[in-house]
Ligand binder design. Structure first.
Ligand SMILES: [Zn+2]
Length: 261
């Protein structure tokens, strides 16, 4: 057991007893942690609002070995997630971002930059009524940091470069990327996607890998000029990719239909 100090974003809380909560946080230095917060449900909680969903807080916890839950001893609020004041869609997008991080990470496995990119995403959501690009960038950034970026240009089955002057290109979410015409008949579970959709995903991913997220998020975005079909396909591809990685239906995806509009 050791006493540790770090910053973390609250991903989930579950009632544990009359007075306590189990809190799941994604932290900067320790990855995801699950800790008991004794007294957190009391009217005069020692943690005050530091354990509200998606709050960024400085925490001190007793790190237990093995499967045991950690013990949270201090939490001080640094930044509150305020998107409820902006609109329902940014609020749901924030919940979705938290659900994604919870689903794709393991306890006590730190991932460089992931907490920072979650924090920047939440900050962006707090000031945007139409967060389509913010969520797309968050998804791409997350899968990149976790080492799961799909192949947008080379066939995942044979390695051939894909010709983009076609009406549609096969993309396999379980296979992790595009398929060339030769390999497509041998595969199952693929989608037929407009080449423009794949081109947007590829260039956005390349941009994110070149710069830090803060810079990309500050760019003026122009989702309005995209054809409705492409906007819908961007969501379809990312939803399938995220569900394949998390091996389950992500609950908040049902609330993000407005991102396609
Ligand atoms: Zn191929």
């Amino acid at each position: 057991m050791s006493l540790e100090k770090t910053d973390g974003v609250v991903l989930k809380t579950v009632e544990w007893s009359e007075t306590s909560l189990i809190v799941t946080l994604f932290t900067k230095d320790f990855g995801k942690i699950s800790a008991i917060a004794k007294g957190a449900r009391r009217l005069k909680s020692p943690f005050e609002s530091a354990l509200d969903l998606l709050s960024l807080s400085s925490v001190v916890f007793l790190k237990k070995s093995g499967e045991s839950l950690d013990l949270l001893t201090e939490a001080k609020l640094q930044r509150r997630f305020r998107s409820a004041q902006v609109g329902l869609l940014p609020l749901y997008c924030g919940y979705y971002a938290g659900e994604v991080i919870n689903a794709l990470t393991e306890n006590h496995e730190p991932i460089a930059g992931l907490m920072e990119s979650l924090c920047l995403t939440l900050q962006e959501l707090d000031r945007q009524a139409n967060p389509a690009w913010t969520i797309l960038d968050f998804e791409l950034q997350t899968i990149q940091r976790l080492g799961h970026m799909p192949s947008w240009r080379w066939c995942v089955a044979c390695g051939e470069e894909i010709e983009t002057d076609r009406q549609s290109i096969a993309f396999s979410p379980p296979g992790g990327g595009v398929l060339c015409p030769n390999c497509t008949p041998t595969q199952r579970g693929y989608l037929r996607i407009d080449p423009q959709t794949l081109q947007i995903l590829e260039s956005r991913a390349a941009q994110l890998s070149r710069s830090d997220l803060a810079m990309v998020l500050c760019e003026p975005s122009a989702p309005a000029i995209l054809a409705p079909k492409v906007r819908a396909e961007l969501r379809l591809v990312m939803e399938q990719v995220m569900m394949n990685l998390s091996e389950r239906r992500l609950r908040m995806l049902d609330f993000l239909g407005d991102l396609k509009r």
